[in-house]
Design a protein around this ligand. Structure first.
Ligand SMILES: NC(=O)c1ccc[n+]([C@@H]2O[C@H](COP(=O)([O-])OP(=O)(O)OC[C@H]3O[C@@H](n4cnc5c(N)ncnc54)[C@H](O)[C@@H]3O)[C@@H](O)[C@H]2O)c1
Length: 289
């Protein structure tokens, strides 16, 4: 008996890194998995059907159920094809894990339009597009009288939530947008039986190994038999729990790395100044600084 028996899940960017671990664990827990991956380079250039198919082969060889999908999640039509494939192949959709990602780091003063657009497209639009098509499917199911018990798990980042990272203006803005989209979606989709949460993971993958200043730390060898705190496999149990039909959690963002899981809190008042009438600029200079 797996915790995800009978569930049908899409995992985007599941050909490598953290998404691959999600797909493998989901299949071991009994889910049928649509393994999406465009198969490009770190910066999103290129395409390769190999990574998605290799993960599918691994799942099927272990006795699980999976199909490959190489649609680009940054495309509205690609995201529609992905949701359609899950329903066509496995008859339903219960879980959407938005995970696909790329990096094109640059300081803001030197950032090109394509560096900005590509990162916003894959991360923020790549979450919104799949979320839209999955939400439309679940809304239609609800309107047709079905009882939906679905879950969406988005992927934010420390960069964009609690740890702003110089050189990642595009990525941090996209990830902050994903955290905000998660809260709005949790509020909107509750009426259709859909829970929506996000994670901010930290793990050793090709993205972090290539990040200046971080790669060396992630590349350090872990002695045989010791807990590998940077293994991408550490991230997936939380995602599987959030995907479980028995889980009630919604509208949350969790940081997760190694054996630590922290619930994050977003923007909130820290101080308030008040005036009995309209502010003057001089008053504000005096009171606010
Ligand atoms: N590794 C970390 O420490 C870390 C930290 C914070 C956030 N994240 C986030 O976790 C997610 C997974 O990253 P990872 O570290 O496993 O990187 P990764 O490069 O190993 O995996 C990302 C996968 O997404 C795929 N992909 C990229 N663009 C795509 C597109 N348009 N359509 C479909 N697939 C696409 C890639 O081909 C790749 O296989 C990303 O959203 C990343 O921003 C990772």
């Amino acid at each position: 008996m797996g915790t995800l028996d009978g569930r049908v899940a899409i995992v985007t960017g599941a050909g490598r890194g953290i998404g691959r671990e999600h797909a493998l664990l989901f299949a071991r827990e009994g889910a049928a998995v649509v393994v999406n991956d465009l198969g490009g380079a770190n910066d999103g250039t290129g395409e390769d059907a190999g990574p998605a198919q290799q993960v599918v082969d691994e799942i099927v060889a272990a006795g699980g159920r999976a199909v490959a999908n190489t649609d680009n999640v940054a495309s509205w039509d690609g995201a529609e094809g992905l949701v359609d494939q899950a329903v066509r192949e496995f008859g339903r959709l219960d879980v959407l894990v938005n995970n696909a990602g790329i990096l094109r780091d640059a300081f803001i003063a030197g950032m090109t339009e394509s560096q900005w657009d590509a990162v916003i497209a894959v991360h923020l639009k790549g979450h919104a597009a799949t979320l839209h098509h999955a939400a439309a499917y679940w809304k239609a199911q609800t309107k047709a009288g079905a009882t939906v018990n679905a879950s969406v798990i988005n992927t934010a980042s420390a960069s964009g939530t609690f740890m702003p990272n110089a050189g990642q203006g595009n990525y941090g803005a996209a990830k902050a947008g994903i955290a905000a989209l998660t809260l709005v979606a949790a509020d909107e989709l509750e009426r259709y039986g859909v829970r929506v949460n996000a994670i901010a993971p930290i793990a050793r993958t090709r993205l972090t190994l290539a990040t200046p200043g971080m790669g060396a730390l992630f590349a350090e060898e872990v002695p045989e038999g010791e807990f590998d705190a940077f293994s991408p496999a550490n991230i997936s149990p939380l995602v599987a729990r959030l995907a479980d039909a028995n889980c009630k959690i919604t509208g949350k963002v969790f940081a997760v790395q190694g054996g630590a899981i922290s619930e994050l809190a977003g923007w909130h008042d820290v101080t308030t100044i008040e005036s009995d009438g309209p502010w003057t600029v001089a008053d504000l200079a005096d009171r606010l600084g």
